[in-house]
Ligand binder design. Structure first.
Ligand SMILES: [Zn+2]
Length: 322
């Protein structure tokens, strides 16, 4: 494994802010493919850091014991936003900048812009395929999933199917994606898969286990690894959903949301997901029911809610008729 510091800048107190890139080169000759993993662009999303740790550990072991298995090249950028990771915040401290909104063509020369652009350019130069790993916010917990903007689905879906996440969600473009890493690399024809999992500031080891197995399968499928370690299980293919296949349950009242179901559970139509309570008056305001038969893949984690808040999403077994 080769460790490289992509960019180093002094923090106000003099310590260094470094973006580190770990590289596993092909054993011999030209790599069949170059795959990159990025995590921590948002500093409060830690699931990806743990996933990168698992990948580095496993790949290092393969390199030590079976180096000829490396037919391709792997780059891992485990902590893309060091100051925000140190603060446990989504945004770059002091500037309040979102590194995942400074990718692609961008003006400005602040340190967050420099670091974002450096990562973007480096990924562009050294990758044929990129996986950008994110976690949810503190309000909603998500099953491991890959989200794909419609216009890139033809290219990305076959790749995403190899990762064995629970869900692949194909959704329309929105303005908010324009300056993201995923959108800009995909626009340059570098296929980029965006993972969303768990919640921020937490680690769900079971979810990361599944993602780790999925990423190893992806490396194998792409020919980067000639063989898979025997302890990587095969897992079922993900469920692919389109906007009409996502059933949402939202709160009709403000209150306290208490749920007794578990993420990943199969729900029947109208089955109870939880209750919205008025804790002051001691009354139940609302029974929240599943919007259809399917897999519960998003669940409200932060219980204090306002009316209209999203409480759950179900990947429907069957899309409703138009
Ligand atoms: Zn994120």
């Amino acid at each position: 494994m080769k460790t490289q510091t992509l960019l180093s800048r002094a923090s106000p107190l003099g310590s260094s802010l470094n973006i580190v890139k770990q590289t596993f080169p092909a054993h011999r000759g030209k790599p069949v493919q170059r795959v990159s993993f990025v995590s921590g662009l948002h500093g409060d999303e830690l699931e990806g850091l743990y996933l990168c740790h698992r990948l580095i550990q496993a790949l290092r072991h393969i390199q030590e014991t079976q180096p000829e298995a490396f037919k391709g090249e792997v780059h891992i950028y485990p902590a893309a936003n060091p100051p925000a990771l140190n603060h446990g915040t989504r945004l770059w401290p002091f500037y309040g900048s979102d590194m995942n909104r400074m990718m692609g063509p961008h003006s400005g020369s602040s340190i967050p812009v420099q670091m974002s652009q450096k990562i973007f350019e480096d990924l562009k130069e050294s990758s044929d395929l990129v996986v950008d790993i994110h976690a949810s916010n503190l309000h909603l917990k998500e099953l491991p999933q890959i989200r794909i903007i419609e216009e890139f689905s033809e290219e990305l879906l076959p790749l995403a199917l190899q990762t064995h996440t629970d869900i692949i969600w194909i959704h329309p473009m929105a303005g908010v994606f324009e300056s993201t890493l995923g959108y800009n690399l995909n626009k340059l024809n570098i296929p980029t898969l965006v993972i969303e999992t768990g919640t921020c500031l937490r680690i769900e080891p079971d979810f990361v286990d599944r993602l780790f197995h999925g990423m190893m399968h992806l490396l194998h499928h792409q020919g980067v690894l000639a063989s898979l370690p025997s302890d990587i299980p095969s897992v079922p293919a993900p469920q692919v959903i389109y906007p009409r296949g996502v059933g949402q349950a939202s709160a009709k009242h403000s209150g306290l949301f208490v749920s007794r179901v578990a993420l990943g559970q199969r729900m029947g139509e109208d089955e109870i997901i939880g209750q919205v309570l008025d804790p002051v008056k001691g009354v139940v305001l609302e029974e929240v029911t599943a919007p259809g038969n399917g897999l519960l893949f998003t669940l409200r984690e932060q219980p204090a809610i306002h009316s209209g808040a999203l409480l759950a999403r179900v990947a429907l077994d069957r899309e409703p008729k138009p």
